[in-house]
Design a protein around this ligand. Structure first.
Ligand code: TUI
Length: 318
């Protein structure tokens, strides 16, 4: 079965599954594998130097004929240069996170790039729709990394009511049940991050994949609230140190301690002093497998859930 929505039409993809553009994690290899499986693979730019992102885009173009995206993390200091790069490279889709992309919207739209900002609130979503966003990704606080305050269950339907453009649900979605739930809330697509960390094509260190697979329901924690940029991670020595600094209200020390720790985790595999950004859905991730298997299983199981629910409905009096 194919689940066609305005989102699949907008992006020219087969399945309404976006792979989260995770910094130091979502490289061209993973993005191409997801796009080749019929979803939308997304390269995570994070703080990547411009030349490295250019190389990643070139690699993705070589590895897939299908649409793919780049996630721009708006807090990065050289963001203007990265925006110019995606314009020059005519990347088909851009998602944005950790800020308001308003200032770049006209330029991105002018070259035909589809722009899907991540919005943690209805106010920002409405503003972005009014200046030309093609769809809104609503990310609940179940997600890993930098998060907002609302949960996916309450954010998604409010976004669906607030805007006319398609809404993509993100945060806490890792299997077909989550996809079906997001559709029940009115979403026309989902974005999945944590489960794709454990795709075979994901280049992160094997010991980090192992931590995600091992994680249970209460193994993530939100750190750095005192900095104004809360971040969900798997608990480890670093998260305990940051929680202590949060209690002592020392945001500057947290920023200093956190610098470079995402790369330390994802690339060097330091499970104790690395920043293990991952969502609550880590507990739902049970194995390492090809990205295509993840996409296909999620779609097959979502369909099974939806058919079962339809079957449970009966006419009044029946
Ligand atoms: O961006 C993410 N998740 C991320 S980015 C990241 S890299 C990083 N490293 C260290 C510290 C902080 C970040 C790791 N994970 N998710 C999307 C997201 N966007 N979550 C929340 C937001 C967001 C927040 C505020 C989007 C817009 C926004 O707008 C505020 C405004 O200016 O109106």
């Amino acid at each position: 079965m194919a689940l066609r929505t305005r989102l699949t039409q907008l992006l020219g993809i087969e399945h309404p599954i976006l792979q989260g553009g995770m910094a130091w994690t979502a490289t061209a290899e993973l993005a191409a594998a997801v796009s080749n499986a019929g979803g939308l693979g997304i390269i995570g730019a994070g703080h990547m130097p411009t030349d490295l992102l250019r190389e990643q885009i070139v690699n993705a173009k070589a590895a897939t004929d299908r649409p793919f995206g780049v996630n721009l993390m708006l807090m990065t200091p050289h963001i203007d240069e990265l925006v110019q790069l995606v314009l020059d490279e005519h990347v088909p889709v851009v998602t944005t996170g950790a800020g308001n992309p308003g200032k770049y919207m006209d330029a991105l739209k002018a070259v035909g790039i589809k722009v899907l900002p991540i919005a943690p609130s209805t106010a920002l979503a409405k503003r972005l729709e009014s200046i030309g966003a093609d769809a809104i990704i609503g990310e609940g606080m179940e997600a890993g990394g930098h998060i907002g305050e609302l949960t996916t269950l309450v954010l998604t339907p409010q976004l669906v009511d607030a805007v006319q453009i398609p809404v993509v649900a993100a945060g806490g979605i890792a299997d077909g049940r989550g996809v079906a739930a997001a559709f029940a809330l009115g979403a026309e697509g989902v974005q999945v991050g944590t489960r794709f960390m454990c795709a075979e094509e994901c280049v992160i260190h094997p010991s980090i994949k192992e931590q995600v697979v091992k994680a249970k329901d209460r193994d993530t924690v939100v750190t750095g609230r005192s900095t104004g940029h809360p971040v969900r991670v798997l608990k480890n020595k670093l998260s305990r140190q940051i929680m202590e600094l949060d209690r002592e209200n020392k945001p500057d020390e947290i920023e200093e301690l956190g610098a470079g720790k995402l790369a330390l985790a994802m690339r060097q595999g330091d499970t104790e002093m690395g920043s293990l950004m991952a969502g609550q859905s880590s507990a739902l991730v049970c194995r390492i497998e090809p990205a295509a298997d993840i996409v296909n299983e999620m779609m097959r199981d979502a369909e099974a859930v939806m058919r079962r629910l339809v079957g449970q409905c009966s006419e009044a009096g029946a």
